[in-house]
Design a protein around this ligand. Structure first.
Ligand SMILES: [Zn+2]
Length: 276
């Protein structure tokens, strides 16, 4: 039996959006489950192109950097309106890094909106079961604690640390680290940040990776498909993808806002993805 997962790019830039751009945000749909990973500036508008905001059951914030969460401020207004109109089926599951969780909720959710969310703390090694999806979190290396996410349709029955690969891995923001290698080895499709351009190594100290590095990691981990994201607004995305492809040994895809990848498990041809 095939189980499908679709990944839609709501935003792919950082640390601020370029003209008509948007920062990190990704919609994952699997069966009846709709999950948003990160909600950076500009992504809430893009999310509405894919359906009603109230239809998203869960939101993961990978780490507390504004280019990954700032649209949650206005998401609160949208969810309040939906609830008042009877269009909200229940609180949105909000998965937040445990480190600094209380401060984040107090500052960015506030007493007036806590009823809209069911807050679930995320920590290293934690697995969370949503309706049709299993999620697994791993602590990465970044300026603040950042969590990579592995995703798998539940019907596959994969377990973290098992021999079976998970369908999709998302690196969040990270520099080179053992956790990134483990995430790549666990993933058939890897959605990776690539915030540092090939000719600019200044971001390395800030906890990001560059195209040659992630291409090499993906090649050694035998990732089937590598999708790059988190580009600087002025990045030469084509050059970044070319450099990553050379290190990967096959094409690395540069994500594009609005693009949807349809991933299937078990795979019948390559990674089963499609860029449109
Ligand atoms: Zn960050």
């Amino acid at each position: 039996m095939l189980s499908c997962l679709s990944l839609t790019i709501l935003g792919n830039q950082g640390p601020f959006p370029g003209p008509a751009g948007a920062c990190s945000g990704y919609l994952v749909e699997c069966g009846g489950t709709r999950l948003v990973m990160d909600l950076g500036p500009g992504t809430l508008a893009r999310l509405q192109l894919a359906g009603d905001i109230g239809a998203a059951q869960a939101l993961v914030i990978s780490h507390y950097h504004p280019d990954h969460f700032s649209d949650i401020l206005t998401l609160r207004y949208a969810l309040r309106k939906a609830k008042n109109q009877g269009a909200l089926h229940g609180p949105m599951t909000l998965l937040l890094p445990v480190d600094g969780l209380d401060d984040f909720v107090a500052t960015y959710i506030g007493d007036g909106y806590v009823d809209l969310f069911d807050v679930v703390p995320v920590e290293d090694g934690k697995t969370v079961e949503l309706q049709d999806l299993s999620l697994h979190f791993e602590a990465m290396s970044h300026a603040v604690q950042s969590y990579g996410v592995s995703l798998q349709p539940k019907t596959r029955g994969a377990k973290a640390g098992g021999s079976q690969r998970w369908l999709l891995g998302y690196t969040s923001d990270t520099g080179p680290c053992d956790a990134l290698v483990r995430l790549a080895r666990r993933s058939r499709v890897l959605l990776s940040e690539c915030a540092v351009a090939a000719t600019d190594q200044t971001g390395i100290a800030a906890g990001h990776v560059w195209p040659e590095h992630i291409g090499q990691v993906a090649r050694e981990a035998q990732v089937e498909r590598l999708i790059l994201t988190h580009f600087a607004p002025d990045a030469d995305v084509a050059s970044v993808a070319t450099a990553a492809s050379e290190a990967f040994g096959k094409r690395a895809w540069a994500s594009a806002i609005g693009c949807t990848y349809h991933l299937q498990a078990p795979c019948t041809h390559g990674a089963g993805g499609r860029q449109s």
